[in-house]
Design a protein around this ligand. Structure first.
Ligand code: NAD
Length: 256
């Protein structure tokens, strides 16, 4: 039986690590040819090797999503080497945990860096792949957060919360505009997922885990694989009449 993404070409940004890497694997397993994009070219290449080892189709591309010209160049490269992209997962993202009242230089740097990757990067890549996505009546899946709605009580930067509210706003704006072209645009709202993004804070601040788990009905932290099912749903025909939505994959965090 053909996979859910048979005949699709999928771009996943930040797929050298964590959630993006798991999504790239899940998409390849379901038949997509996956373009693994990451600023860390070695990590992207390693992900591609592992996907190919289990019989999947993938190619890696090193790109910094904050660089608009590089995003345009990689879109042309993907078109030339693989073909017309029909699925885009905007997953690349960073976080820092300085409070707004922390050292001013640190707060300003956090703001600039987080906006550059989480919002400008989202814009740059989506704009670069707009043509093939319209031509293929494609699907865009943006990785948002519980912080698209709330500022979590654990140490966290206002910049991250602001950026993830922006991801949801962008999702809704594009869903409204691109629906008539047959392009669907949705988001996923992960809760606390154990990835390299939060490795340090998990090691240094067990209290943080406790605060999350106390507020999570399923009583455990998430794994990158927990995001694969929602991503497959939103990228495939299973969600043919779904656009402008956010699927929460947060163990129930936002429900209580
Ligand atoms: N881990 C969580 O708890 C959690 C929760 C909610 C949302 N998210 C979001 O999920 C996404 C993935 O996070 P993760 O936890 O897998 O993190 P991660 O650090 O494991 O992976 C992020 C990947 O993005 C890449 N990246 C960073 N900056 C980039 C840039 N400028 N250009 C291209 N690639 C870049 C990194 O090299 C890395 O491979 C992020 O958008 C994050 O905000 C994570």
């Amino acid at each position: 039986m053909p996979g859910l993404l048979h005949n699709h070409i999928a771009v996943v940004t930040g797929s050298g690590s964590g959630i993006g890497r798991a999504i790239a694997f899940g998409f390849a397993r379901e038949g997509a040819h996956v373009a693994v994009l990451d600023v860390n070219g070695d990590a992207a290449a390693a992900a591609v090797r592992d996907i190919r080892d289990v019989g999947g189709k993938a190619q890696h591309f090193a790109v910094d999503v904050t660089d608009r010209a590089a995003c345009r160049a990689v879109a042309a490269e993907v078109a030339g080497k693989i073909g017309t992209v029909s699925v885009l997962v905007n997953n690349a993202g960073i976080n820092r945990r300085n409070a707004f009242v922390a050292d001013a230089d640190a707060v300003i740097k956090d703001w600039e860096d987080i906006m550059a990757v989480n919002l400008n990067g989202l814009f740059n890549i989506t704009h670069a792949f707009l043509e093939p996505l319209r031509a293929s009546k494609g699907r865009i899946v943006n990785i948002a957060s519980i912080q698209s709605f709330v500022h979590v009580r654990t140490p966290n930067s206002p910049a991250y919360t602001t950026s993830k509210h922006g991801v949801l706003g962008f999702t809704r704006a594009l869903a409204a505009e691109l629906g008539r072209d047959g392009v669907r645009v949705n988001a996923i709202g992960p809760g606390f997922i154990e990835t390299p993004l939060n490795e340090k804070v998990r090691a240094s601040n067990p209290e943080l885990i406790k605060i999350f788990l106390d507020h999570t009905p399923l009583g455990r932290a998430g794994k990158p694989e927990d995001i694969v099912g929602p991503a497959l749903f939103l990228a495939s025909d299973l969600s043919a009449y779904v656009t402008g939505a956010i699927v929460m994959a947060d163990g129930g965090y936002r429900a209580i």
